[in-house]
Design a protein around this ligand. Structure first.
Ligand code: PNS
Length: 163
C-alpha cells in the first residue's frame, strides 16, 4: 500500500486563475503530492488547448514542489484508480457551486469510494471563474489581478489572434 498522501485537483483550467491556484496551493500543504488534472473534453470548445493549459499550470505551480500536472479523459474515478489517488480536492466559491459539486462527490464515492474534500475558496476569489475572466478580457476589461502574469500574457495573445 502506498504511504504517499496524494490528492487530485481536477478541472478544465481554461485558463488557470488565482482562484484555482489558491486551492492548489492550500491542497499542496495538506498532501504529500497534488496532481492537477486537466480534463480532455472533446465536446466542449476551449480557448486554450489541453497542452497549453498544462504548460501554464506547470509554470505557475512550479514553486510548490509537490504539485504535478497531468491530463485525463473519461471518468475522474478511473483516473484516481489508475494513479492510486484516494481523494479529490475541490474549491467551493458559493452555495451555488454546492448542489452540483455534492452530486459529483456522491457519485464518485458511490462509483469507486473516492473521497471529495471541499475547500472554502478565499473570499477574495469567490466571484472568480475562468469563463468570466475570458469574457471580461474579450471586451477589454482589466483581469490582471485575477490571473498570473504569464497567463495574462497568453490570454491577451490568444484574444488578439482571434480578433
Ligand atoms: O473546471 P470544471 O470544468 O468545473 O471541472 C469539472 C470536472 C473536470 C472536475 C468534472 O467535469 C469531472 O470530473 N469530469 C470528468 C468526467 C466525470 O468523471 N464525470 C462524472 C462526474 S460524477
Amino acid at each position: 500500500m502506498s504511504t504517499v498522501r496524494r490528492a487530485v485537483c481536477p478541472g478544465s483550467f481554461d485558463p488557470v486563475t488565482h482562484g484555482h491556484l489558491d486551492i492548489i496551493g492550500r491542497a499542496s500543504r495538506l498532501y504529500d503530492e497534488v496532481i492537477v488534472a486537466v480534463l480532455i473534453n472533446k465536446t466542449k470548445s476551449s480557448l486554450f488547448t489541453v497542452e497549453e493549459r498544462m504548460e501554464m499550470l506547470t509554470a505557475v505551480t512550479a514553486d510548490y514542489g509537490n504539485v504535478r500536472v497531468d491530463a485525463f479523459e473519461g471518468l475522474l474515478v478511473d483516473y484516481c484508480r489508475a494513479h492510486n489517488v484516494p481523494a479529490v480536492v475541490k474549491g467551493l466559491r458559493a452555495v451555488s457551486d454546492f448542489d452540483y459539486e455534492l452530486q459529483m462527490a456522491q457519485m464518485n464515492h458511490d462509483l469507486a469510494g473516492v473521497e471529495t474534500l471541499f475547500m472554502a475558496t478565499n473570499p477574495q476569489y469567490s466571484f472568480l471563474s475562468s469563463s468570466l475572466v475570458k469574457e471580461v478580457a474579450t471586451y477589454g476589461g482589466d483581469v490582471s489581478g485575477l490571473i498570473p502574469p504569464i497567463v495574462l500574457e497568453r490570454l491577451q495573445q490568444r484574444l488578439a489572434e482571434r480578433r
